[in-house]
Ligand binder design. Structure first.
Ligand code: UD1
Ligand code: UDP
Length: 362
């Protein structure tokens, strides 16, 4: 089978590795990088570290408005699909690259496979919610990270070719953790002792593009009374500069880090606070208490399990939970067994693929 896999943003590179490795045992995979993320620290570093095969095509779309970026991917990706004539197109997650990939494939009557299907925040102000709703409507095969996602698809009338395989991010995490420990020097570079700091990431538009929310985050981090390591996403760097944000001396802003450094920073943090979907799940894999700087999350199972707490951007609540939040001692295996990539490749080799599956009423 000839498969086109679409990647474009940081988490998609990380998720691609376990799937590519498994797919390439039995199928021909063409990797298409849309160019949505392009800085070395947002893109190439992951290819170098994780040994992801070089993309067969890089669409080099760069940044833009939602419409502009999505439109560029649509036009350039359509050409590639027409040229390559794949049997299947794989998209993952909820980025503009996901949306455009699914739209192009679907209009060319090529079955679309959605990895990380069925996740919902029920907040349509999030661009990611729109992207995954549309991608799920257009896809023919669904690989779900959690049972909640399977149920959510069923609620929307999507029941055919839906598979719970677990999280490919867990595959990547388990496969790379020993290497990360061996290779990363980030703790000594930053002169950090294990458990002496907390780790923060922020990049959601709802936080970066709202000065009041971002100001609250700056204030809260400055008040927590602990060293905070904050690798700053380029979107957030721009927003903080615009705000002329002044952090307390306890907050150390650093450039985005590579995957190995990030794993070591996560593994040795006392606590993680984030608005990232990937980092919320990695906090769970690493058994770290997680505070989510959002009002809702797709990863509700981590909250139900008691390992993740939604704190929004309320300064007092963040500071209070920072110093008191304590997860339970047990952790249910929500995200599978770390073999999602293998399961995806196996299932794709077995099922009959067709486009435009019918929907049943919920
Ligand atoms: C995108 C995804 C989001 C995902 C995130 C992962 C969408 C709608 N959002 O958000 O779901 O969680 O990636 O990190 O697809 N920029 C650079 N260099 C880069 C990349 C981006 O400077 O290499 C800056 C640009 O100013 C750009 C901004 O970051 O406008 C936002 O980038 P974009 O890819 O549009 O969205 P993300 O916030 O990264
Ligand atoms: N990540 C990284 N370096 C950083 C910040 C994040 O390697 O400086 C990794 C993180 O470990 C996770 C992925 O990037 O694997 C998450 O991506 P991001 O937070 O950008 O997007 P989301 O998961 O929210 O879509």
């Amino acid at each position: 089978m000839k498969i086109i896999s679409v990647v474009g943003a940081r988490p998609e590179f990380i998720q691609a590795t376990p799937v590519s490795r498994a797919l390439r045992k039995h199928h021909r995979e063409i990797l298409v990088h849309t160019g949505q993320h392009y800085d070395y620290k947002m893109s190439q570093t992951f290819f170098d570290e994780l040994g992801i095969p070089a993309p067969d095509h890089n669409l080099e779309v760069g940044s833009g408005s939602h419409a502009g970026q999505t439109a560029e991917i649509l036009v350039r990706f359509e050409e590639i699909v027409l040229q390559e004539q794949p049997d299947v197109v794989i998209v993952r997650g909820d980025t503009n690259s996901t949306l455009a990939g699914a739209l192009v494939a679907s209009k060319l009557h090529i079955p679309t496979v959605h990895i990380e299907a069925g996740e919902r925040s029920f907040d349509r102000r999030m661009p990611e919610e729109i992207n995954r709703l549309v991608a799920d409507q257009l896809s023919s095969v669904y690989f779900c990270v959690s049972q909640t996602a399977v149920r959510q698809l069923a609620n929307e009338g999507i029941t055919k070719n839906v598979y719970w395989v677990g999280d490919v991010m867990l595959d990547a995490n388990l496969a790379n953790r020993p290497l990360a420990r061996k290779k990363s020097t980030i703790l000594s570079d930053l002169r950090l002792a294990p458990a002496s700091y907390s780790l923060v990431t922020v990049h959601r538009a709802a936080n970066t593009d709202d000065p009041a929310r971002l100001t609250n985050i700056v204030r809260a981090l400055s008040r927590v009374g602990e060293t905070v390591i904050f690798p700053v996403h380029p979107r957030t760097r721009g927003a903080l500069e615009k705000l002329d944000a002044q952090f307390g001396d306890n907050v150390r802003l650093i450039e985005p880090v590579g995957y190995y450094d990030m794993m070591v920073l996560e593994e040795n943090a006392r606590l993680i606070a984030t608005d990232s979907g990937g980092v919320q799940r990695e906090a769970y894999f690493m058994q770290k208490p997680c505070l989510t700087l959002r009002d809702e999350t797709e990863w509700t199972e981590t909250v139900t399990a008691g390992w993740n707490k939604l704190v929004g951007v309320d300064v007092d609540m963040i500071v209070h939970e920072w110093n008191s939040f304590m997860p339970p001692s047990v952790q249910p295996p929500i995200f599978g067994d770390g073999a999602a990539g293998e399961k995806i490749a196996e299932i794709l080799g077995q099922i009959q693929l067709s486009v435009h599956e019918e929907r049943v009423a919920a």
